[in-house]
Design a protein around this ligand. Structure first.
Ligand SMILES: CC(C)(COP(=O)(O)OP(=O)(O)OC[C@H]1O[C@@H](n2cnc3c(N)ncnc32)[C@H](O)[C@@H]1OP(=O)(O)O)[C@@H](O)C(=O)NCCC(=O)NCCS
Length: 174
């Protein structure tokens, strides 16, 4: 599959998911320069626009360096309101599984946009990439993320490590 086929532009009701490129770094950096976004994340707050640009440039291949995983990232473009965050899926090729992550800028919180962005991504993973099982890892203090996943019918499947709860959703046949 071509790079464009594995990571196309996707449309929701109030937002569009654009394949994330180095060109998004400048607009996204000020929104991501907010320590509250990274309280419970595995990832770290980006250090500079240039570091973010370089990271996104690497991701434009849409594949891990060994070629065994699709690394899919989309910029969340809120209709009439610019860039609002990003959503991410790591898809080990040929397994029917994906691990997801997502970040929405604070000024857009609690409007349902995170849920909508992830829902749009899940539909694509299911219908086009034939993903059947999706997992996410969440700190149990991250109530907004847990609520988002609950709305999308994820269930906790492993709570042994409270800082890394494992949640899973089996995507239903459309
Ligand atoms: C998690 C995150 C993406 C949610 O984005 P969002 O656009 O606000 O999500 P939504 O509005 O679709 O859903 C959030 C839900 O959590 C609820 N919520 C928000 N803060 C909450 C809190 N402190 N306690 C309980 N529920 C909370 C909202 O009310 C909403 O539920 P509702 O629709 O039933 O009212 C956003 O908070 C974020 O980017 N956080 C920082 C990064 C992060 O933690 N990413 C996930 C790592 S696993």
């Amino acid at each position: 599959m071509t790079e464009r086929a594995v990571c196309p532009t996707l449309h929701g009701v109030r937002l569009t998911l654009e394949p994330l490129t180095a060109g998004h770094a400048l607009a996204l950096f000020p929104l991501l320069a907010d320590s509250e976004l990274w309280l419970y994340a595995d990832d770290r707050q980006p250090e500079s626009v240039e570091a973010l640009r370089e990271r996104y440039r690497r991701w434009e291949t849409r594949r891990s360096p060994d070629g065994r995983q699709l690394w899919l990232n989309w910029a969340v473009m809120v209709t009439g309101d610019g860039i609002g965050g990003f959503v991410q899926a790591t898809v080990p090729i040929g397994t029917g599984t994906a691990e997801i992550a997502y970040v929405i800028a604070k000024r857009f919180w609690s409007l349902g946009l995170g849920t909508e962005a992830v829902r749009v991504m899940l539909a694509f993973l299911q219908c086009t990439l034939r993903v059947e099982t999706v997992t996410a890892t969440v700190d149990d203090r991250n109530a907004a993320s847990l609520r988002l996943l609950q709305k999308l019918r994820f269930n906790v499947v492993d709570s042994a490590d409270t800082r890394n709860l494992k949640l899973k959703s089996t995507l239903e046949t459309p």
